[in-house]
Write a protein that binds this ligand. Structure first.
Ligand SMILES: O=c1[nH]c(=O)c2nc[nH]c2[nH]1
Length: 538
């Protein structure tokens, strides 16, 4: 039987990001590396302390003895003294280039679209929704005609839906995603099942039942019956999640008007009121200004509003707990409104490229003081990996300054104000690896309103973390080629992991760059959420 222990003590290298990549006046975002020990309470999963002197065996022994700790795996029952505190030790190997890194936060992902990963052809947002997305999401509940003559209750969930939800949670965990803000579907039972799966697998999650009650936009086979029905269905998932996790330790509800075109005014109004009813007010997530045809449609559907952002604001849906996905084409006035309301932006570069939506001006958001995190946006996005989102964030930021619309907006600013907002320079728009990693961790934490708890290794933060293994230089003495002579072909335990090739000529910062550009889930050796081991690569 496992022996109880008070702390888990993590030993090895810890890497995290430092200051936010906002404004030219603040210091550059950097990676911070510490070597030593950090301990986490098994009672609440929070970081209780660290000792960077304990980076070698002598320093670690000194720490163990100073703290009166005893290794639970090395101790025997009769060797234990009352005053000793039992700890479990988890070690990151130097030789294998292992390090602890904060868990990734996916601020925008559609769980039911997981079967469509990689399927989007050459569609753009509105036709993609019709052709790929609504059909796959509609299968998460039973239609009335499917129920006829069958012994199936309308409140049940198809087995295939449960399988997909289980798969998406397992897959994102394996990529180091410790927290995700999920869009589910309109179906209450399946949405509740997603919440229960995250809870049992141990992934931190925001779960949103999607509201879509506008009969003029939503397909007849996939829509809420009415605004009233939409609100009461949302309320029932909220109640369920509050019963499942009363303190919201791991799983929380999030109101999810899909986007303005799918919602009637009555539904938007009801959702804004519902968010404010709770203390603290509920989180909200939606899409905004992803695609130019979508923006034109919103203008047509809501002629009374000055802008797309103003539609949400009108119904009190722009709050400090609101996550706005995409925001590719926001106007300066909309950005100002978003900033005033302290609403947050989920940047989804893979999806924006895949659906040809455009390039979001992340540097401008940050200059404006808007908080930004990263989203995979499965399945507009083709990958469930936030590491891929980090890569794409860097890449698209290098192209932004070259686009005609970007150059045009800067020219217009000069014509209007006599100067551009910031000196237009191609380099200015570029986001570095360090900045993108910041957005994937601390940035995401701010977007889900948990900046004090997640995204780093500060004392008091929750241990949501991943153990990354880059591997080592290929050991030629172990290669099958070198062993041909004696006919032995043993398993190679040294050498690279996945696609990351190291030559030991790299600085530690360069190793991180190699991880970002060439790494994947093969490099994720273990993942913890709230101190609980929730994934390990076997
Ligand atoms: O990328 C997106 N994915 C969606 O499912 C969606 N719905 C509205 N707007 C959307 N954008």
């Amino acid at each position: 039987m496992a022996q109880p222990y008070v702390y888990t003590v993590y030993r090895g290298t810890f890497i995290q990001t430092s200051c936010p990549p906002d404004s030219s006046t603040s210091p550059r975002t950097e990676l911070v590396r510490n070597r030593g020990a950090l301990w986490v309470s098994t009672a609440d999963g929070r970081i209780k302390g660290s000792d960077w002197q304990a980076h070698d065996d002598q320093g670690f022994r000194a720490l163990m003895s100073r703290m009166n700790w005893i290794d639970v795996d090395a101790s025997t029952t009769n060797g234990f003294h009352v005053e000793e505190i039992k700890v479990k030790i988890v070690r990151a190997s130097e030789g294998r280039n292992e390090f602890f890194f904060p868990g990734f936060i996916d601020t925008h992902i559609h769980a039911p679209q997981f079967p469509n990963v990689g399927l989007f052809g050459s569609s753009t947002l509105l036709d993609w929704l019709e052709k790929y997305t609504f059909p796959v999401e509609s299968k998460f509940g039973f239609q009335a005609d499917q129920l006829q003559g069958k012994n199936t209750l309308p409140e049940s969930t198809p087995a295939s839906a449960l399988r997909i939800y289980d798969q998406v949670v397992a897959r994102t965990l394996s990529h180091g995603t410790t927290c995700a803000s999920y869009f589910a579907t309109i179906h209450v039972p399946a949405t509740n099942a997603l919440a229960a799966l995250c809870h049992s697998r141990g992934q931190r999650a925001f779960i949103g039942r999607v509201c879509m009650d506008n009969p003029d936009f939503c397909p007849s086979y996939y829509k809420d019956i009415s605004a009233e029905d939409s609100l009461s269905a949302s309320r029932s998932t909220i109640d369920y999640i509050h019963r499942l996790d009363p303190k919201g330790v791991l799983v929380k509800p999030i109101l999810t008007p899909r986007f303005a075109p799918t919602c009637t005014r009555a539904a938007l109004e009801g959702l804004g009121k519902m968010a404010a009813e709770f203390n603290p007010p509920l989180h909200i997530q939606t899409h905004i200004s992803e695609n130019t045809n979508e923006i034109a449609l919103v203008k047509e559907l809501f002629p009374e509003a000055d802008s797309y952002a103003a539609v949400y604001d009108r119904y009190d849906l722009l709050t400090k707990r609101t996550i706005l996905a995409h925001a590719v084409h926001l106007t300066p006035e909309e950005r100002q409104l978003v900033r005033q309301r302290d609403a947050k932006i989920s940047h989804c570069p893979a999806s924006n490229s895949a659906l040809g939506s455009g390039i979001a001006p992340v540097r401008t958001f940050l200059d404006d003081g808007i908080k930004v995190g990263l989203g995979t946006d499965v399945s507009g996005g083709y990958s469930p990996s936030i590491l891929e989102a980090v890569r794409q964030t860097c890449l698209v930021s290098r192209l932004l300054g070259h686009t005609a619309s970007f150059k045009q907006s800067k020219t217009e600013q000069v014509q209007e104000n006599g100067h551009a907002d910031k000196k237009p320079s191609l380099d200015r728009e570029k986001l570095s690896v360090e900045e993108s990693l910041y957005l994937a961790t601390r940035g995401g934490a701010a977007v889900v309103d948990m900046a004090a708890d997640l995204g780093g290794f500060d004392e008091g933060m929750i241990w949501d973390a991943q153990l990354i293994e880059l591997g080592s230089v290929q050991d030629v003495t172990q290669s099958p080629l070198s062993q041909q002579n004696n006919g032995v072909c043993s398993l190679i335990k040294s050498g690279p992991v996945g696609n990351v090739d190291l030559f030991e000529t790299e600085t530690w910062e360069e190793k991180i760059h190699k991880w970002v550009w060439s790494g994947d889930d093969r490099n994720v050796k273990a993942v913890w959420v709230g101190g609980r081991l929730v994934h390990s690569r076997s």
